[in-house]
Design a protein around this ligand. Sequence first.
Ligand code: SF4
Length: 347
Amino acid sequence: MAGTRSSDTRVGTVSDGAPGDAEFGFELVTCRWAERAWPPDPDRDTDAVPVVARQLGTQKRRWDTVIVEADPAGLSARAAFGERTLDSDLLHVVRHAPAEWAWYRDTLPDPGYPWRYVRAAVHRAADRGVVETRRAGNRIEIRQVAPYPDWVRRIVAVENKPDLSASAARRLGDQLEHDVTTALADEVWVATAATGETVEPALLEDLPVEAGVLVMAFDGDGPEARVAWHPSALDPSADTSLSAAEKATTRLELAERAYGSGWRSYVETMRPDCRWFELRSASGAFVPWCAAMECHQTAGACAGDCPEFQPEPPAWRTRGWPIEGGPGKGIQRLLARRRRRVRDPEE
Ligand code: SF4
């Protein structure tokens, strides 16, 4: 399906202003930029709020960056269900819970699996406060805490490739063909770093014409993004492997995961409790920095088996926390606070 592109776009190896040479840093900066500046096309007038997450997808396909374009009123209404993701079982309960008390089996659609699993989900939903329950004899009745809002307008997938070499473009081309065919997202993009070099149009010919190309330049406080190729809206009806209802459910589950995790959750799998873990400001985003190795470490390297790991000294925990130099709990709080502010700008 790859079509012919011609472009004078300048892409290539990552520029000096990018956050290190790890794709991870590029990804974090792209996420932060998307949170502040999405959509990149100045002609597209939208009041949608971007909810940005990273490393999300399905069993078959994981995207680097996911942007859920949320309806502002719907997003505010979603807050009634808490900050955490509603998984598929909880969504089944919450979306169909009635305004008035009713036996859960009377009101929830037949799930296609045993009702005892639904009952377990009803209890879990009640524990989370996302639905109300009461007993009526032997029966469990449920009632909604609020109507579950229609908050997801569009889902955009972005692949981050700071260094779009010919072989990277070929590999990406195959993955993007899959995205175009399945059309689970409404739009797909490749984000790459600007360089001073001229691009070979042949490089872009490996990408499907439906995929947009975003060129990020890292001068100044935050990246400047330029649309080098506009994407086409994908056609969800083209893929018949999922019904429209199944696709809508999968998209909502994805959006819920984006809402719950955001893009700053990397800190949960890294080692901010290490004395060498720092956050450094790079192109408008906080990006992890390893003071032991003096580089922007990857999430994979900054793990339990890192040979340089050292616990932060207990005395640090009794002092205030500079952003650079820990302590880890302060870093986690900072990132959690920023994540909450995205969901609720009034906070
Ligand atoms: S020394 Fe290892 S665990 Fe500690 S911050 Fe660096 S990469 Fe992470």
